[in-house]
Design a protein around this ligand. Structure first.
Ligand code: SF4
Ligand code: SF4
Length: 296
């Protein structure tokens, strides 16, 4: 990777976020409501696999297990250093010793620091700011030009479609403050070998609230995040037409080919593409070669 200016421009941060799936948050304090707690939760809700790393060994447990230290991280796409200024140089040096260099190191705070300059001069992309999760929301929250949910609730009615993947389960467990097994027992039922969100007696998803919408919106499963960009709608013009009739949020003015390529971009950038149909929603497994030849 080419050496980045300090700080790099938004384009470098955008590309690193778009291409990344995992992030480590290194901090001294993960207590509820702390900046590191908010950062780790925000990145989970943005679709990242998150590994918390304590700067000090005597850290009370966070909701997900800690990595014992930066050296134990292995391959991770992004490292967020939220440690106190005094520990930053040592943490940056440990990052530089990782066998796989991260795409981006995010340093909490403003302005260039010695640690940032050290990382930058070694060729690691570095950015500074209060919160990478907030930066992600700012850079990606444009959503899609072809879709804007009207919160009519139609797609939250019906049983069995909302698969809970292992990544969804982690996010729900953190959001609801329940162990994963309790989330599975209380909120899901098995269907075709996978856990799916239960329905209430009204036929709507148990998390749907009339007049309010989704009560777990920041942590909702990938299938809910991905609609209407399901495989069927991307690869098949007829399915796309039917989805557009059912969902008032889909733009009336776009062609199928343009919708398909925009949907593929959306799934990729929001980390929603799936690979394993045994544990993830099959509607999120999309291969670029199945998309229309035009519209790219
Ligand atoms: S049917 Fe479409 S517009 Fe209505 S809630 Fe679902 S996604 Fe939003
Ligand atoms: S989890 Fe939320 S978005 Fe998904 S079906 Fe339930 S209420 Fe709707």
């Amino acid at each position: 990777m080419a050496a980045a200016a300090c700080p790099p421009d938004d384009g470098i941060v955008y590309q690193a976020l778009a291409d990344s799936a995992s992030a480590a948050v290194v901090a001294e304090d993960f207590s509820p409501g702390s900046p590191a707690d908010a950062e780790a939760r925000g990145l989970l809700n943005a679709g990242f696999d998150v590994v918390p790393v304590p700067c000090t060994p005597r850290q009370p447990a966070w909701v997900l297990p800690y990595a014992p230290g930066i050296a134990a991280l292995g391959a991770v796409d992004i490292v967020c250093l939220f440690c106190p200024p005094g520990s930053l140089p040592a943490a940056a040096a440990e990052v530089l010793r990782l066998p796989c260099s991260p795409r981006l190191v995010w340093l909490r705070g403003s302005g260039c620091s010695g640690a940032g300059a050290m990382l930058s001069s070694a060729g690691t992309a570095v950015a500074h700011g209060e919160s990478l999760a907030a930066a992600f929301a700012g850079l990606f929250d444009g959503g899609s030009p072809f879709f804007s949910c009207r919160r009519c609730g139609k797609c939250c009615e019906g049983r069995g479609g909302i698969v809970v993947s292992p990544r969804d389960l982690t996010r729900l467990s953190v959001f609801l403050g329940m162990p994963g097994q309790e989330v599975l027992d209380r909120c899901t039922e098995p269907m075709r070998g996978q856990p799916v969100i239960r329905c209430g007696s009204d036929g709507f998803c148990m998390f749907f609230r009339a007049g309010e919408g989704c009560s777990i919106h920041p942590a909702r499963p990938a299938v809910c995040r991905a609609w209407p960009f399901f495989r069927g709608n991307l690869v098949d013009r007829v399915s796309f037409g039917m989805a557009r009739q059912d969902c008032p949020g889909i733009s009336r003015g776009c062609s199928h080919a343009a919708f398909a390529w925009e949907g593929y971009r959306y799934l990729r950038e929001y980390k929603l593409l799936a690979r394993d149909r045994r544990t993830e929603g099959a509607m999120l497994i999309v291969d670029e070669k199945d998309l229309p030849l035009t519209g790219r």
